[in-house]
Design a protein around this ligand. Structure first.
Ligand code: HEC
Ligand SMILES: [Cu+2]
Length: 313
């Protein structure tokens, strides 16, 4: 997988580029102010040493007046720049936008690709794909406490409030993998609440999306069959969904295409067979306090389960 980018200073989309520009305007204006103040201070000290009462009232008034004028001008520049950025950020709203609903949960992201035809809705978790060059309207919600959605290379932060819905618009201009992170302390595992954003070329994206609309493939081997049984008959199905099976729980990440994700536990560990086994055997060890209990499977059940989960591409 391509390297993960998580930096405000390496914008990969138009919205982040605007915020990056604003940051540089603020940086340079503040740098000039800082250096001027220190220079003026040094000059005043030097002059004060030479004579205590040299400055006339008139020069003093003049200097203070000039300083006030310059400060007001600098503040106006910053205010205008931030107003313009704010307006530009709102300007991306577009008719042909892709619509994704992202819901914060302690401590994972529920993701739905909305479609006027509900049968085409795609449900997934913790990893989203977006098409390069097309605006994406993200509907942001929370199921429990306040979270904040932040994908630094694509957009600024947006708080997710329980009972309220808000919207941000972003667009990736370069293909790549961008790391998002919850940016509002939301409990014990706040730090392990990452969102992976994969920006694909438009054709790749469409292929991905139509694949995601499909249900899980039926198990092909005896062991995979047994694995699906473990999920459907065990506690897993009360919390997790796998489209095309009896598992229909809605309080945990959708697992229909689990094997296509790069990480498990909302970015906690890479998605490998070993890590998956470790997670299912003892999720509390990897992410203490998270809402998935250890399920105490026999090792034969666990191996069958892993055989099945690996087919969920
Ligand atoms: C009581 C509800 C509950 C039960 C029962 C449960 N899980 Fe989970 N599971 C969760 C929650 C909540 C998470 C998200 C944890 C987090 O990342 O904070 C999760 C995460 C996972 C993940 C990682 C998904 C991802 O994309 O990060 C896998 C895989 C998983 N569970 C498999 C299972 C299997 C297999 C079983 C049955 C043996 C099971 N779970 C039973 C609630 C549950
Ligand atoms: Cu958080």
């Amino acid at each position: 997988m391509a390297p993960l980018i998580q930096s405000v200073l390496h914008p990969a989309g138009v919205q982040a580029a605007r915020l990056n520009q604003l940051w540089w305007v603020m940086f340079w204006v503040c740098t000039v102010v800082f250096i001027s103040v220190l220079t003026a201070l040094a000059m005043a000290i030097a002059r004060g040493r030479r004579s205590a009462s040299n400055a006339s009232d008139a020069t003093l008034t003049g200097s203070v007046g000039a300083a006030v004028g310059i400060s007001v001008a600098a503040l106006l520049v910053l205010l205008t720049a931030s107003e313009i950025t704010g307006r530009d950020l709102d300007a991306l709203k577009a008719q042909n936008a892709l619509r994704i609903q992202i819901t914060g949960n302690q401590w994972w992201w529920d993701v739905q690709y909305l479609n006027p035809d509900p049968s085409l809705t795609v449900v997934t978790a913790n990893e989203i794909h977006v098409p390069v060059g097309r605006p994406v309207g993200i509907v942001a919600k929370s199921n429990d406490v306040i979270h904040s959605l932040w994908i630094p290379a694509l957009h600024g932060k947006r708080d997710l409030l329980p009972g309220r819905q808000s919207e941000i618009w972003l667009q990736a201009d370069r293909a790549g993998v961008y790391r998002g992170q919850c940016a509002e302390y939301c409990g014990a595992q706040h730090a392990k609440m990452a969102l992976t954003v994969v920006a694909d070329l438009p054709d790749d994206f469409e292929r991905w999306l139509s694949h995601m609309r499909g249900p899980a493939p039926p198990p092909a081997t005896e062991s995979q069959m047994r694995g699906r049984d473990v999920i459907e008959r065990g506690p897993c199905a009360m919390c997790h969904s796998i489209a095309g099976t009896l598992a229909g729980g809605r309080t945990a990440p959708d697992l229909t295409h689990l094997a296509s994700r790069s990480a498990i536990g909302a970015g906690s560990i890479p998605n490998t067979r070993g890590n998956l086994a470790g997670w299912i055997a003892d999720p509390q060890h990897i992410k203490p306090g998270n809402k998935m209990p250890a399920t105490g499977l026999a090792s034969e059940e666990l191996q069958a389960l892993l055989d099945y989960l690996e087919t969920l591409k």
